[in-house]
Design a binder for this molecule. Structure first.
Ligand code: AR6
Length: 169
C-alpha cells in the first residue's frame, strides 16, 4: 500500500530514501530543482553523473527514463534523476511525463527505497501546465505497482501545492 503525501517547500531539505531530480538528458546539471540538488548535494552527485556519461549512458538519459546516483550530502541515500518532456501545445507528450514517475518508481524498487520524494517534473523550465502535470503524476503513481511505502510530492509554491492537493483529495 503506497501512501501519497504532499509537502510545500524545497526538496533538498527533505529526508527520504530517494529524492527525484527533474534533470535534463545531459545529466550534467542545470537550473531549477536540478541546480538546487547539485548545490546542496555537493560534488559527489555530479561526479556520479559524469561516470554514468562515461559508461552506460554515453549519449545521456532519454526523456521519460530514470537513473540513480548517490545523494551526496543530501539527507537521502539516492538521487533518482529523471528527464521530463518539454511541454508542447501541438504534440501530446503526457506518456513521457507519466513514464518519468513510473521509471523513477521502478528504479526505487530496484534500490529498495521505501520513501521517495518527487518534485513536479517538467512544470518549471519545461513549462508543463501544473494542473495537468499534477493529474498525470498522481495517475501514474497510483497505477504503478510498487513496494515504495510513501510517495511524497514536494511542491515549491502554493500554485503547485494546490494543483497536487486537488488530485489527491
Ligand atoms: N524544491 C522543490 N521544487 C522545486 C525546487 C526545489 N528546490 N526548485 C524548483 N522547484 P524545474 P523542469 C520546482 O525547472 O521543468 C533544469 O535546468 C519548480 O517550481 O526544476 O522539469 C534541468 O537541468 C517547478 O514546479 O524542472 C532541465 O534542463 C518544478 O520544481 C530543466 O530545468 C520543476 O521545475 C528541467 O525542467
Amino acid at each position: 500500500m503506497t501512501t501519497l503525501t504532499l509537502v510545500k517547500g524545497d526538496i533538498t531539505r527533505e529526508s527520504a530514501d530517494a529524492i527525484v531530480n527533474a534533470a535534463n538528458s545531459s545529466l550534467l546539471g542545470g537550473g531549477g530543482v536540478d541546480g538546487a540538488i547539485h548545490r546542496r548535494g555537493g560534488p559527489a552527485i555530479l561526479a556520479a553523473c559524469r561516470e554514468l556519461r562515461a559508461g552506460h549512458h554515453g549519449k545521456g538519459l532519454p526523456t521519460g527514463r530514470a537513473v540513480a546516483t548517490t545523494a551526496g550530502d543530501l539527507d537521502a541515500r539516492w538521487v533518482i534523476h529523471t528527464v521530463g518532456p518539454v511541454w508542447s501545445a501541438t504534440e501530446d507528450r503526457s506518456g513521457l511525463l507519466a513514464s518519468c514517475y513510473r521509471e523513477s518508481l521502478r528504479v526505487a524498487d530496484e534500490l529498495g527505497a521505501r520513501t521517495v520524494a518527487f518534485p513536479a517534473v517538467s512544470t518549471g523550465v519545461y513549462r508543463w501546465p501544473v494542473d495537468d502535470a499534477a493529474r498525470i503524476a498522481v495517475e501514474a503513481v497510483r497505477a504503478r505497482p510498487t513496494a515504495v511505502e510513501e510517495v511524497r510530492f514536494v511542491l515549491f509554491d502554493d500554485r503547485a501545492y494546490e494543483a497536487f492537493a486537488a488530485q489527491i483529495r
